[in-house]
Design a protein around this ligand. Sequence first.
Ligand code: ADP
Ligand code: ADP
Length: 245
Amino acid sequence: EVICEAKNLVKHYPLHGTGFGSRAGVVRAVEDVSFSIARREVFALVGESGCGKSTLGRLLLRLEEPSSGHVFFEGKDLESLSAREIFQFRRRAQIIYQDPYSALNPRKKIGQLIEEPLVIHRWGSAAERREKVADLLHRVGLRPDHAERYPHEFSGGQRQRIVIARALALNPIFLVADEPVSALDVSIQAQVINLLEELQEQMKLTYLFISHDLRVVQHMAHRIGVMYLGRLVETGPKEAFFQEP
Ligand code: ADP
Ligand code: ADP
């Protein structure tokens, strides 16, 4: 069952200043990309910096509009959704970014940060939300009393756990993880990857996992797509990319 499908997606940005690598004054960030992700699949999108991975991730979540082409989520063309339906779509599809330092408002407590999406979507009573926050903290390996602390009291790896807890608050089915461990110490990266892998199984999630580093996705990925200069040049099962010698 297909959860998310891109059909002939194109995103061109106008070129400002004296850039290079462009033709006709545009940056061809995404160029005619088609693929789909099945329910509970981990689709890893790899490729070197600047090849269009983040742009593609943002297009799939309608954080940007494509220049042309379509995105279907659970069979519905995102372009055809009303504002109300897009609001509901945002419960089902979440994104986490690379930098856990800029992702969390330093003046808000952890509990408040995780509760925010629940408040915005009018989920539950205050007591139910408090319970949900405690459950989410537990799921990502933090303690209930951490809810009363501020972001600066946490390390990069812990902050990324908080970001993940917030992304999962509304029980999404689809998560775009855009270089989720690239800003973390190498010693911490495996812990956060393991957490994402556990959560994917426990919460029956579907992932688009973006990374410039094939090694990061090696264990978790089911399928791999390689981007090069805006195009998806190769896709296949992980086994095709990591053959035994
Ligand atoms: P990646 O995630 O693979 O590093 P990006 O999707 O961030 O690649 O970028 C692809 C190309 O599009 C790059 O040339 C980048 O500079 C350009 N780009 C990305 N976002 C914008 C934007 N908002 N405005 C203009 N150019 C952009
Ligand atoms: P990444 O490689 O992790 O995608 P970047 O540093 O390329 O991160 O981009 C960070 C942000 O800046 C993104 O939101 C991207 O859309 C935007 N961006 C990237 N390139 C450009 C550009 N040439 N012009 C304007 N915005 C850009």
